[in-house]
Design a binder for this molecule. Structure first.
Ligand code: PLP
Length: 387
């Protein structure tokens, strides 16, 4: 991927990623797989073939033998499909279920609360500490408590946090599963290209959701793996596409772009190179900033390889981000509301930061292909803006 895109420096890979090389090359070929995969003519059959080929590739890559998958428009839809789908199923059966989310989950999880409660279910949130980690024993206890009351439990597990870059190991999720037998959905949106062994998943866990645009595929396409025996109400009904799991004409080009982008990532991602480059950049920034700020969860071993979430004491994120923008750098404050005014950052507040600090955060999220040779130039640029 390019170091500089459209003459800008792009440090917002957790928001979205540029298209991967194989995807760009395919688009340049001028073949957009326009045929409806449900059609029986040659154009339709061609789209179907590309979808089947992509499914085979994805299944081989992630190697989950007890799961199947469906495609959707992206992780927000995938996550809504799973949790609302389960909530509807239980509602129809007259059963009350318990949902466990964390305070640092993505908004597409957190905002399910009202709808799930409207269906009569209970939604509980678990907190995190200053390093973005949760208390596993306490969580297991709470889940077991619900189970002992005869309630089915469904939990979301954010593998890699999009704001803080904090990683919750999959082994912890597997331990929770083993101890409680509760349903565990893994939000794996921020895994590919941001942690080592991103493609190694745990067969015990019930479901995983990915979003194409986070790793170089097109926007508007994602996929969710779920255990073959899981039953849930489909969120989108209509046609019989994808065996009724998600009605609507299938997005052959989007699906194929996922295959191409995953292929690129699998072939080219080198966690050691990224780690060396990111650490060097982070060390230079930390030295420059001194006691004027801090990198969130800096001393924790549970961090991804591409994210530096920086709190600059007494600063206003909107002022800083406007400066970066003017100087040609794209990054995120992680807390702009729709009117562009900076609100407190929900994730930092959950991690115990003050209201002021949570309005003074900048998130740098780098390309999976950041290299040591680029770091010195980036550091100089960033320093010149922060000065
Ligand atoms: C952790 C996480 N979950 C879910 C989503 C939602 O993904 P999408 O934009 O594909 O709907 C995002 C997007 O930022 C994310 O970072």
């Amino acid at each position: 991927m390019e170091r500089s895109i459209s003459n800008r420096f792009y440090f917002d890979y957790n928001a979205t990623s540029p298209l991967s090389k194989r995807v760009v090359d395919f688009l340049h070929s001028g073949d957009f797989l326009f045929g409806n995969p449900a059609s029986l003519h040659q154009s339709g059959k061609k789209s179907r073939k590309f979808i089947n080929e992509s499914i085979e590739y994805i299944q081989r890559l992630f190697n989950l033998r007890e799961h199947r998958l469906f495609f959707h428009s992206g992780a927000s839809e995938g996550i809504n499909s799973i949790f609302k789908g389960l909530a509807f199923k239980f509602f129809k059966e007259g059963k009350k279920a318990s949902f466990f989310f964390s305070e640092v989950d993505h908004a597409c999880v957190v905002q399910l609360k009202n709808d799930l409660e409207a269906l009569g279910h209970v939604v509980q949130f678990f907190g995190v500490d200053k390093n973005g980690l949760f208390d596993k024993e306490k969580l297991i206890k709470s889940l077991l408590n619900e189970v002992s009351e005869g309630r089915e439990c469904f939990m979301n597990y954010t593998y890699v946090n999009n704001e803080s870059g904090v990683v919750w190991p999959l082994e912890w999720a597997a331990e929770i599963k083993k101890e409680t037998r509760c349903f565990v959905h893994v939000d794996a949106v921020q895994a590919a290209g941001k942690i080592p062994n991103w493609e190694v998943l745990n067969e015990e866990l019930d479901a995983y959701t990915f979003s194409g645009h986070k790793f170089g595929a097109l926007k508007g396409i994602g996929f969710t793996f779920f255990k073959k025996d899981l039953e849930f109400n489909p969120l989108i009904v209509g046609g019989t596409q994808q065996e009724g799991l998600r009605a609507g004409t299938e997005n052959a080009l989007g699906v194929y772009s996922i295959k191409l982008a995953l292929h690129d990532m699998k072939e080219n991602f080198n966690p050691d190179d990224l780690s060396v480059a990111k650490n060097e950049l982070e060390e230079a920034l930390v030295e420059f900033i001194g006691d004027r700020g801090e990198v969130v969860a800096r001393s924790s071993p549970y961090r991804n390889l591409n994210t530096i979430f920086l709190v600059l004491y007494g600063q206003k994120a909107e002022v800083l981000s406007a400066k970066f923008d003017m100087m040609g750098i794209d990054l995120s404050t992680g807390s702009a509301c729709s009117s562009g005014i900076i609100k407190e950052n929900r994730i930092l507040m959950a991690m115990g930061y003050s209201y002021e600090d949570s309005r003074a955060a900048l998130r740098f999220s780098f390309s999976p292909f950041l290299r040591k040779s680029e770091v010195a130039g980036y550091v100089e640029k960033i320093k010149s803006i922060l000065k």
